[in-house]
Design a protein around this ligand. Structure first.
Ligand code: ATR
Length: 266
């Protein structure tokens, strides 16, 4: 019998996850279905209850439900505990298990696909919302020194306060001048509205990587980074790699992400 999976979000019609998981299933010979389901903003828990009743095996969770998913789980994996957000659910008979594959997806994309090693690198994480929280610990654990900059400084300070030895720094944008980084990650949602971030010109070290978690559009951050000599990457690789991690958790089979990423890039 075909095992059913889905991604739950709102809005969700733009999601590439069904296409990605169908490609994984075809490549690995796994008998699964995967669809996109829009849950009402006040109806996430009810949607999950319905899916469980209908026999779904698990689902991915995206904006804006990752924090609610965290609250709903009976058991939480270490990666999700640090992020305080869940993007992958596994339905068992009697309980819901939750984990977060976003950080692993980003790391694999940066270190393997883009061949950029994080150990000892100075990284700047722009934003302090859910997207930033999901990747902060993995970046730190990979050996990067991390500074978080956010429009609202208090939110950056709150994220950094989880690191009791003060090894993660919080800054406002106007405290960045004079600082230079090997890696700058845009985890703000500013690109959605085509809004420019107030970044100083000398932000990038020679050979720096500018990584925007968004994909499917040229954001003002990408244009800025290109103009200031950085190597630029979008978030499509992260999307495919986090999906592959979820697929592995569900199916115990690791898909080859390269042909899938290449197909999406076309
Ligand atoms: P997500 O889940 O995508 O991270 P979020 O939790 O709403 O969404 O967080 C959005 C992030 O983008 C926040 O860090 C926000 O900054 P504030 O904390 O100051 O609100 C940031 N952001 C959104 N639009 C921005 C803009 N135009 N300029 C700078 N930062 C912006």
């Amino acid at each position: 019998m075909t095992d059913r999976y889905a991604v739950i979000g709102n809005p969700i019609s733009h999601s590439k996850s069904p296409l990605i998981h169908r490609m994984f299933a075809e490549q690995t010979g796994q008998d699964i279905s995967y669809e996109a389901i829009e849950a009402p903003l006040d109806g996430f828990a009810a949607t999950i209850a319905r899916l469980r009743k209908e026999g779904y095996k698990g689902c991915n969770v995206t904006v804006p439900f990752k924090f609610e998913a965290f609250e709903l789980c009976d058991e939480i994996g270490a990666r999700a505990r640090n992020a305080k957000a869940v993007n992958t659910l596994l339905f068992r008979e009697d309980k819901i298990l939750g984990t977060n594959t976003d950080g692993a997806g980003l790391l694999i994309d940066i270190e393997q696909n883009l061949d950029f090693k994080l150990m000892w690198k100075d990284a700047l994480l722009l934003g302090a919302g859910g997207a930033a929280a999901g990747v902060l610990w993995p970046l730190f654990n990979a050996g990067a020194g991390v500074t978080i900059a956010n429009r609202t400084l208090e939110k950056a300070l709150a994220l950094a306060s989880d690191f009791e030895d003060c090894s993660v720094f919080a800054r406002s944008f106007d405290q960045l001048s004079g600082r230079r980084f090997d890696l700058v990650i845009n985890a703000t949602s500013s690109g959605l509205q085509d809004e420019k971030l107030p970044l100083p010109a000398g932000l990038f070290k020679p050979g720096a990587l500018a990584y925007d978690m968004m994909y499917g559009r040229e954001t003002p951050f990408m244009t800025f980074a290109r103009e200031h000599g950085a190597r630029v990457a979008d978030g499509l690789g992260m999307l495919v790699e986090q999906a592959a991690e979820a697929f592995f958790i569900w199916r115990g089979v690791r898909p080859d992400t390269r042909p899938v990423l290449a197909a999406l890039r076309k």
